[in-house]
Every structure is written in structure tokens, then in C-alpha cells.
Design a protein around this ligand. Structure first.
Ligand SMILES: [Fe+2]
Length: 191
């Protein structure tokens, strides 16, 4: 039987009840991204970058996120564990820790299709899509992603401020507009 979004959510729901939930969710996500074709078919075609909620409740949020080519997202935390399962493209993660007056850099990790990343509830990261293709992934969170107090940091000054989801949505819109212009005009080189 073909994989469906309902199956994905159901499997994450079961995992969230296990101990420790983050690792049970990781196992489920690892299994799902091992069959990228089935996941892509369940999600459907990607025509622009954005966040698509597949499930939202108090203890679990399941999102499909497509990072627009060239897009960057400034440092932020989640206040809950997060599991990212890539099934196409590349997502470059930069890690940070709190430091006097802002943040200090703390390494990073690039994810490609099949990779699964677990972030603890105190993690702070920034994300970039370095390629000229969408970076597509399941993002599973151990709480209500949209209704938890969180922080983000200015990418240049590292000044902390409350997380601004609308600001994040504007970044997607800007990146989508830029990519539409770029991929629509520059791609053809007629001799
Ligand atoms: Fe994040």
C-alpha cells in the first residue's frame, strides 16, 4: 500500500508515546526517508518553498518543509526536540550556543537525502540551502511548534528577540520571488 500523510502522522504519534520519544521518532523518520520515492509521492510535487503543517497538537507537530534554493534562515531555537529527515536536496545546519550578549558558533552539519538529524530542546541552529534545487524534509517536533515561546537571533548582530513566525514566512516569500526570477530568466543560454 502506498505511503500516505496519515500513515506518517500515525507513526509519529505512536513514537511520541515511547521512551525516549525523540529517539523513537528518529527511528520512524529514518525508516520513512529510506524510501524517498514513497515519501515524495505522499507529499506531492513541490512548486515553491514553504512550511506545510501535516499535523499539529500539544505534544507533536509534523511539518513538511521545502527550503527554496539559496534560502537561509537565521539562528533560532525550538524549545522542544526536533527531528529532521531529509529526502532530497541539501540542508546546511550551523549550530550555536548562548554566549555573552548573543551567540557563539558551535559547528555544523550538512544533511543530504537519507540523513536524519535530532536536535535537543535547547538547540540553536540556522539553516541554509546551498543548492539550486529545493531541500525537502520532514520536520517532527515534540510539542506545538506554533504555540511555544521561542527565540531567534539576528544573523549579523546575534541579538536575541522573540521568534517571529511571520518574519519566517516573509523570508520564504522573498526567497520564492527571488528564485522564480532567477530560475525563470537565467537558466537558458541560447547560443
Ligand atoms: Fe529549526
Amino acid at each position: 500500500m502506498a505511503l500516505t500523510v496519515d500513515d506518517i502522522v500515525e507513526r509519529c504519534r505512536t513514537a511520541i508515546g515511547e521512551h525516549p520519544p525523540a529517539l523513537a521518532v528518529r527511528d520512524v523518520v529514518e525508516e520513512i526517508v529510506r524510501a524517498p520515492g514513497a515519501l515524495a509521492a505522499a507529499i506531492g510535487p513541490i512548486s515553491e518553498g514553504g512550511i506545510r503543517p501535516l499535523h499539529r497538537s500539544d505534544d507533536l507537530t509534523v511539518l513538511h518543509i521545502a527550503w527554496t534554493p539559496g534560502m537561509r534562515l537565521n539562528p533560532h531555537n525550538h524549545g522542544m526536540f526536533a527531528v529532521v529527515g531529509m529526502y532530497g536536496g541539501q540542508e546546511d545546519n550551523s549550530y550555536y550556543r548562548r554566549a555573552d550578549g548573543g551567540l557563539a558558533t558551535a559547528g555544523g552539519r550538512s544533511l543530504v537525502a537519507g540523513d536524519v538529524l535530532v536536535l535537543g530542546e535547547d538547540a540553536i541552529h540556522a539553516v541554509a540551502n546551498p543548492l539550486r534545487e529545493y531541500a525537502v524534509a520532514l520536520h517532527v517536533y515534540g510539542g506545538d511548534f506554533f504555540d511555544t515561546e521561542r527565540s531567534e537571533w539576528d544573523e549579523e548582530t546575534f541579538t536575541e528577540r522573540p521568534r517571529d513566525i511571520e518574519g519566517t514566512m516573509r523570508r520564504f516569500a522573498d526567497a520564492n520571488a527571488r528564485w522564480a526570477a532567477e530560475s525563470g530568466s537565467g537558466a537558458d543560454t541560447t547560443p
